[in-house]
Design a protein around this ligand. Structure first.
Ligand code: ADP
Ligand code: MG
Length: 588
């Protein structure tokens, strides 16, 4: 078996050798279109497959690149190499405006918005006098490279496929990087990513801009390959077709974009010949066939055709190459015994329900504080108020002497609070190690371009060394290469703790870490927490399991119906008749 790292170079060599072989012109043309479509689909893999943002409007960005270059090179005689960059700048500008307006939309609104702007951009192209209206622009000059004119299909082939392969490589690199993991985290909702310090909007916009840029480059190539542009290839039906290619090929995989582009282009041509013969009249019947095929694919192969190929390939394995990596920067730790967290009369109302009723308490550095109370007492809500996941109705929280009430959760994370979730939040299709590495986001800084160019490897080693160290701290090194989604609940909860530790927190907040664990797992968890305390970490532990908490914590706050019932040492709390009546009464 050929080692995995040679596949892409091998594929590249095969693809780039094609035009010097006696391949008929027809197939060169087909491959040119496949390359052009694959570039657009690659953007959709990133945007829709990885980030979870469905766009029907990518064809409009192809049009932006194509029209910009056609107009400027025909009317003003600008060099196509310059128009490439002007097209890219224009596509980015349009995407920035559209992204700012639409990317905060949730659910079905975003796809609907992409249809709207896809149509709008296409009508603009079709109705502008200077763009030739529906006739478009004729006589687009060929691209010249090192003095040679790329006028023929074979010459354009090189350029198209160099761009397509380079784009595939860049996206592959990106997906395995700090910004790539942030983009991969978007699909699972924003709460966890934001709690790790990631601006989810920023990465949605990044994916959107990259997809628009890929489409624009494809349009540029398209204009100079066809040597003419008109509005019809940039309409909504083409936008739907691009999405269809990505979904059919495998919208979660870089190579799915190529698979989808190839299958759709070839089958479409066959059907355009075959269907009129069968039906006896001409028309765009292939659209109907594609619609049916899409339904079948979504039902029987929702991850696309590429997964059938991938099944026969060995799974990628991360090489453990970080043994001697330098440690990541660490934060100044609070002095033991100093006031760390001051919660002052925080209140949360959900409509008429007072979920948290003016609750106050403090945590000092080095302490484990238990926040207990029956289900529905308002513990998680209090927790979310402190960590900025929910906004305060009233009250104030200060952390290390700074007011943090009203800050976004990622800002609070930056100041040194890190948390787990009552319902485990993770990226199931990432490995345990990658999930934990998400916690190191704020301690690293590589951006998108650096990642695509693979200039981030040193920092990645440091990050993975840190992630492994945190997994060792909780005894999970053995499972670091497993997919997080395959773990049982107990290890998943521990993994969340390792992820929180990877942020190098000054205060660790755990929301019911023992819930759903077996007795043995609970004991192991208690050992881990004791060890963390011995290392000087401060912890806020939310729990409704009294027995678990009692032997572990220094102080306890008991809540019931949103109100603080009593606070004190475990012994004081256990002795309190109020707690016995209220808490134990409901629990036992
Ligand atoms: P606990 O974590 O102690 O079990 P919670 O803080 O989750 O309790 O919930 C406290 C109360 O607030 C419950 O009555 C719950 O139904 C209500 N609540 C929690 N979150 C919301 C929300 N987003 N909208 C409306 N009510 C909520
Ligand atoms: Mg809760």
């Amino acid at each position: 078996m050929i080692p995995r790292k040679f596949w892409l170079p091998l594929f590249a060599v095969v693809m780039l050798v094609v035009p010097v072989l006696p391949v008929p012109e027809f197939w060169i043309t087909q491959l040119n279109y496949i390359g052009l479509y694959a570039i657009v689909s690659l953007g959709l893999v990133l945007l829709t497959g990885v980030a979870g943002l469905t766009s029907f409007g990518q064809a409009a960005f192809v049009g932006v690149g194509a029209y910009t270059s056609a107009y400027l090179s025909v009317s003003l005689g600008v060099s196509p190499w310059l128009t490439l960059f002007i097209g890219l700048v224009l596509a980015v500008a349009v995407a920035l405006v559209l992204g700012a307006l639409t990317l905060r939309m949730s659910g079905h609104y975003l796809p609907l918005a992409t249809i709207a702007w896809g149509l709008a951009l296409n009508y603009t192209m079709a109705n502008m006098e200077f763009l030739g209206k529906y006739d478009g622009i004729l006589g687009v000059p060929p691209i010249t490279l090192f003095g040679a004119s790329l006028a023929g299909g074979r010459e354009m082939y090189w350029l198209i496929w160099v761009v397509a392969l380079a784009a595939a490589l860049a996206i592959t690199h990106l997906l395995d990087s700090r910004p790539g993991r942030a983009i991969r985290a978007l699909k699972s909702g924003s709460t966890m990513a934001e709690a790790m310090g990631i601006s989810t909007f920023r990465y949605k916009l990044t994916a959107f801009l990259l997809a628009a840029m890929l489409a624009s480059v494809s349009g540029w190539l398209f204009a100079h390959f066809q040597r003419t542009v008109n509005p019809s290839p940039f309409g909504l039906n083409k936008g739907i077709e691009f999405l269809f290619m990505a979904v059919l090929g495998g919208v979660g995989h870089v190579w799915g974009a190529f698979t989808g582009a190839a299958v759709v282009k070839i089958v479409e041509d066959e059907l355009q010949v075959l269907l009129p013969q069968l039906i006896g009249t001409s028309g765009n019947f292939e659209v109907i066939v594609f619609g049916l095929v899409l339904i079948l694919v979504l039902k029987y192969a929702p991850d696309g055709l590429w997964t059938f190929v991938q099944r026969w390939l060995p799974a990628p394995k991360r090489v453990r190459d970080w043994a001697d990596a330098a440690p990541l920067p660490a934060r100044d730790k609070p002095a033991p015994g100093s006031l760390l967290l001051d919660v002052k009369a925080v209140r949360k109302e959900f409509g008429g329900l007072v979920a948290v009723n003016d609750v106050s308490f403090t945590i000092h550095a080095g302490d484990i504080m238990g926040l207990i109370g029956p289900n529905g007492a308002g513990k998680s809500t209090t927790f979310n108020l402190i960590t900025g996941v929910l906004s305060l109705t009233r009250g104030e929280v200060s952390f290390r002497g700074q007011a943090v009430g009203g800050l976004a959760s990622r800002e609070i994370a930056r100041r040194g609070m890190s948390r787990t979730f009552q319902h485990v939040k993770m990226i199931p299709e990432m490995t345990v190690l990658e999930n934990v590495a998400l916690g190191g986001y704020l301690r690293t800084g590589s951006g998108t371009l650096k990642a695509m160019l693979r200039l981030d490897r040193e920092e990645e080693k440091r990050l993975f060394a840190e992630a492994e160290r945190q997994l060792a701290r909780i005894g999970m090194v053995g499972q670091m290469h497993e997919l997080a989604g395959n773990l049982a609940l107990g290890p998943q909860r521990l993994m969340e703790i390792a992820r929180a530790l990877c942020t190098d927190p000054a205060l660790l907040l755990l929301d019911e870490p023992a819930a759903g664990l077996r007795l043995k797992e609970k004991q192991a968890l208690a050992d881990v927490l004791r060890q963390l305390k011995a290392e000087g970490l401060s912890i806020l532990l939310v729990e409704h399991d009294m027995d678990f908490v009692m032997g572990l914590v220094d102080h306890i706050v008991v809540m019931e119906f949103g109100t603080r019932l009593i606070a004190g040492t475990p012994a004081e709390v256990q002795a309190s008749p109020v707690v016995r009546a209220a808490y134990l009464g409901t629990e036992h």
